[in-house]
Design a protein around this ligand. Structure first.
Ligand code: ADP
Length: 159
């Protein structure tokens, strides 16, 4: 049984993230989506909301597990019996960032490796920040995020 860990902030989860999970499922038996919560970061969606969105998106998948951590991703991934991490790459700027994240992760634990999946052409421009920006200016984001994100935005407006 091969299980990988896909860590990220997912603030919010996008169709680009969803596509990476579906492609990782072709390589691994199970994917653990690990929602990271960093006390130094300010999020639009709370940790519980980010987890809820992802659980709802993958409610029909028995091989997708959703977990969260406010600690070190590599430690949590190992605890969850993941053999490696999966990350997505869009542009060169992602490469530079991922290069330093990987160096830190392997410093912490040299046994945990990371594989990188290239973003599809369709979603290579898509990021959580893009979603937040488009939403702020009342643009239709329904073709870019799972239904659960739209529902959560509606909930924010009500409260
Ligand atoms: P982080 O805060 O850890 O960078 P994100 O939620 O922004 O987390 O992204 C999680 C992972 O998904 C990262 O590896 C990022 O490069 C990747 N990713 C984000 N958007 C896309 C996309 N549209 N296509 C492919 N990979 C993506």
């Amino acid at each position: 049984m091969k299980r990988c860990c896909y860590p990220g902030s997912f603030d919010p989860f996008t169709n680009g993230h969803e596509e990476i999970v579906k492609r990782a499922l072709k390589l691994f038996d199970e994917v653990v989506i690990l929602v990271a919560d960093n006390s130094n970061k300010k999020y639009t969606f709370s940790l519980d909301e980010r987890v809820e969105i992802i659980k709802e998106t993958f409610k029909n998948y028995k091989n997708v597990i959703v977990e969260s951590t406010d600690g070190l991703v590599v430690k949590k991934a190992k605890e969850l019996n993941c053999t490696c991490l999966v990350r997505g790459l869009r542009a060169i700027s992602d490469y530079e960032y991922e290069f330093s994240v990987n160096a830190t992760n392997t410093f912490i634990d040299k046994d945990i490796d990371t594989i990188y999946l290239m973003a599809s052409k369709e979603y290579s421009f898509l990021s959580s920040s893009t979603i937040k920006e488009l939403h702020k200016y009342n643009q239709d984001i329904s073709s870019l995020v799972p239904e659960a994100v739209l529902k959560m935005y509606k909930k924010h407006i009500k409260n």
